[in-house]
Design a protein around this ligand. Structure first.
Ligand SMILES: NC(=O)c1ccc[n+]([C@@H]2O[C@H](COP(=O)([O-])OP(=O)(O)OC[C@H]3O[C@@H](n4cnc5c(N)ncnc54)[C@H](O)[C@@H]3O)[C@@H](O)[C@H]2O)c1
Length: 363
């Protein structure tokens, strides 16, 4: 890839103006690194709604119309329904645009290869954004662990409770493609939201050597099963083991400005532990990071623990990266394939009764 950093504001287009646009757009506001030139969505209502904030941007019903218009675009923020990711990204790269794609990248390795191939052939950058790596309490957790504050790491635990009540509205149209994903064996908890948890594991402790999983299902409506209760455990190449439990509490009310998801990360070291108490929702309303060592608990009261800020900072990182080309993309297309392999190894393990699966061997 022969990437040349931009010396002027990046001309960007949003492709997909649905629910998550509300958070991704935060990186684009008041940002001298970028100029929003186009908004694309088949929904006229969405175009009108989002267009009010960007009066100078042109609106289009499809990426093909934008490409045919001759309007110059450097990079796109691809916020498409997951089933459209592969064909959508191949098309966007084909127009010669760099792409910042929402997770999960795609459902299988063949599709991932198509995307990577399209990026290479068109000599464009494909990034698969991972906002959790920009959530300040998690960044501080990583920093604390790496500083040796809690001693050598002896294990860690992720927890996720999907709750049925609270949070913001999600349009029925979003559920329709999520149900399609579920029918294709890519559930909303393990694969969609879970993608973030797997990504944080890779980010914290590196490559995964073995995964063991027990993926359950709970029928929430006739013919619609959600992928919990689920337990997934793994060992990193460095020997550190992690475990993640996913439960579904349909009647639980959770206060949240966004999705209703009660999440925790707890790393145990030889001398103490560090725990992030929440992320998307406001489950445990203690300071978002607590670190215990030698009988003393340090509580961080001043971290930016608004989940939306992680989208702002992830997007800003991308837009800055386009000006420098330096440092990690978090994630590059190739790194996102490692997250995909991790998920696929969990599916393969569960299907085989919980045996250990090396993610590098999944097909
Ligand atoms: N990072 C996170 O935590 C997070 C959270 C939620 C969603 N997401 C991801 O964001 C993406 C979008 O999710 P969402 O919740 O906003 O979905 P959504 O259904 O609310 O919005 C999708 C939008 O894409 C539009 N669209 C459909 N086909 C299109 C096309 N061919 N070209 C352009 N636009 C098209 C739809 O009209 C809709 O407005 C998904 O990949 C999802 O997994 C990520």
């Amino acid at each position: 890839m022969t990437f040349t950093p931009f010396e002027r504001p990046v001309r960007a287009a949003f492709v997909g103006l649905g629910r998550i646009y509300d958070l991704n757009v935060r990186a684009y506001r008041d940002n001298p690194d970028v100029e929003v030139v186009a908004l694309v969505d088949p929904s006229e209502e969405r175009r009108a709604q989002r267009g009010r904030e960007w009066p100078d941007a042109h609106t289009f019903a499809s990426a093909a119309e934008l490409a045919a218009s001759g309007l110059a675009v450097d990079a796109v923020e691809a916020l498409l329904p997951i089933p459209l990711h592969t064909d959508g990204v191949v098309e966007l790269l084909g127009y010669g645009w760099h792409v910042n794609l929402q997770k999960p990248m795609c459902n299988d390795l063949a599709d991932a290869q198509r995307m990577l191939h399209a990026a290479a052939t068109n000599d464009r950058v494909l990034r698969v954004m991972e906002n959790y790596l920009f959530y300040e309490p998690l960044r501080k957790l990583k920093e604390t662990v790496e500083a040796g504050t809690i001693g050598d790491v002896v294990g860690y635990h992720l927890k996720m409770v999907a709750s049925g009540r609270g949070g913001w509205d999600v349009p029925m149209s979003s559920y329709e493609w999520q149900f399609q994903q579920m029918r294709n064996g890519r559930g909303i908890l393990v694969f969609d939201d879970g993608w973030h948890k797997l990504a944080t594991a890779l980010w914290l402790f590196g490559p995964i050597a073995e995964v063991r999983a027990w993926i359950g299902t709970t029928e929430v409506a006739p013919g619609i099963g959600m992928d919990a209760p689920t337990m997934i455990a793994w060992e990193h190449a460095n020997g550190i083991r992690g475990v993640w439990d996913i439960t579904l509490a349909t009647d639980l009310y959770l206060r949240s400005d966004y999705y209703t998801n009660d999440e925790r990360w707890e790393v145990t070291g030889k001398r103490g532990y560090a725990r992030v108490n929440r992320c998307t929702g406001r489950g445990i309303q203690q300071p978002s990071l607590e670190v215990y060592v030698d009988g003393a608990l340090t509580a961080y009261h001043d971290l930016d623990d608004d989940w939306a800020s992680s989208f702002r900072d992830s997007g800003r990182h991308w837009l800055r990266w386009l000006h420098t080309g330096d440092g990690p993309l978090w994630w590059s297309g190739e790194q996102a394939v490692d997250v995909l392999r991790f998920a696929l190894a969990a599916y393969a393990s569960s299907a085989a009764g919980g045996v250990g699966v090396d993610p590098s061997t999944v097909e």
